[in-house]
Design a protein around this ligand. Structure first.
Ligand SMILES: *Cc1c(COP(=O)(O)O)cnc(C)c1O
Length: 321
């Protein structure tokens, strides 16, 4: 177990969503506000970065290096953490850079990132090159993997489940967006550690269920070992739904637009077009199909991401009337 820096705004509140529940004629709905974790508009990466930054500082790193999409929340929060602790940050980004920069990408620059663009296929190799170069220049780089999803970062969500246990809400289901798997892997380990007996259902944002489940199980096993627990996780321990992949990663479709509007107008909750909008679209569809029992309590874990609403490619299509 690594140590942790404490900069996120924790514990995040758990709130009721009565108007959304009524509008959907659904079960009792709760929301865990990890969109309010602080660190430049918040999100799930704050929890991972508390552990990753602790290790970076132990190694006397001067430069954080990470990678993601042009509208990456992970990269926005990583460069924010670098600024907060007086480090430099190099981001390797894929996708078409908006001109002028908007949404998260505007914040990447505003928070002081040095940016290297590449294409999606070359992201890993370009990241390795940028790291080697920074190393040879004496910039003491610390590499944060895609999404902050390794056993160090995943500890943030082990801890988040212990936090939830303290809040005494014990939902039957936790529903949230899952992508690089660190959030879900941490939750699984934290669930075992805290004795949580509800179900943890990741709505896949960009991958088929079998590959995401395998990744989550492997990372959960590694994370458990990292904190000194000999727990094996297999794909049978992982719940992933991949029915809502739509047009693929970061493609906002009608279901996301409807979900974003509904959450805003019923609960004043601001989702995002890529992750929480997709997971909420899945949640709404599952409620409408009668997937949850009327007596159950479902907790939507809001993982953040709202700055992407202000990327013009999404902004221009969000309003439904
Ligand atoms: C990164 C991110 C996720 C996915 O978390 P993983 O740990 O990568 O699975 C979900 N929601 C938002 C808003 C994110 O930025």
């Amino acid at each position: 177990m690594t140590s942790r820096l404490s900069f996120a705004h924790l514990p995040t509140p758990v709130e009721e969503m009565p108007r959304l529940s009524a509008a959907l004629k659904g079960p009792r709905l709760l929301v865990k506000r990890d969109d309010q974790t602080g660190l430049a508009f918040g999100g799930n990466k704050s929890r991972k970065l508390e552990y990753l930054l602790a290790e970076a500082r132990q190694e006397d790193a001067l430069t954080l290096i990470s990678a993601g999409a042009v509208q990456s929340n992970h990269c926005r929060q990583t460069v924010a953490a670098a600024a907060r602790f007086g480090m430099n940050c190099i981001l390797v980004l894929f996708g078409d850079p908006p001109d002028p920069p908007d949404g998260n990408h505007l914040l990447h620059y505003l928070l002081g990132a040095e940016i290297v663009f590449t294409d999606r296929e070359s992201i890993e190799s370009r990241l390795a090159e940028v790291y080697q170069q920074a190393l040879s220049q004496g910039r003491k780089p610390y590499l944060i993997p895609y999404g902050g999803s390794n056993p160090i970062g995943a500890q943030g969500y082990v801890n988040a489940m212990l936090e939830l246990a303290q809040q005494k809400v014990a939902p039957d289901w936790i529903v949230f967006p899952s992508s690089s798997g660190g959030t879900q892997a941490g939750m699984l380990v934290g669930a075992r550690k805290s004795g949580f007996d509800g179900k943890i259902l990741g709505i896949s944002v960009d991958q088929p269920a079998d590959s995401l489940s395998a990744r989550v199980a492997a990372l959960a096993t590694e994370t458990a070992a990292f904190i000194g627990e000999k727990w094996e996780f297999t794909v049978h321990d992982v719940l992933v739904n991949d029915d809502y992949l739509g047009g693929g990663y970061a493609v906002m479709g009608e279901p996301e637009i409807r979900a974003i509007n509904l959450f805003a107008q019923k609960e004043a909750l601001l989702l995002d077009p890529v992750y929480t909008g997709r997971a909420a679209a899945g949640l709404i569809d599952l409620i409408q199909k009668g997937f949850f029992k009327p007596t159950e309590t479902v907790l939507f874990w809001h993982t953040g991401g709202s700055p992407a609403l202000f990327a013009s490619k999404y902004q221009s299509r969000l309003l439904t009337n």
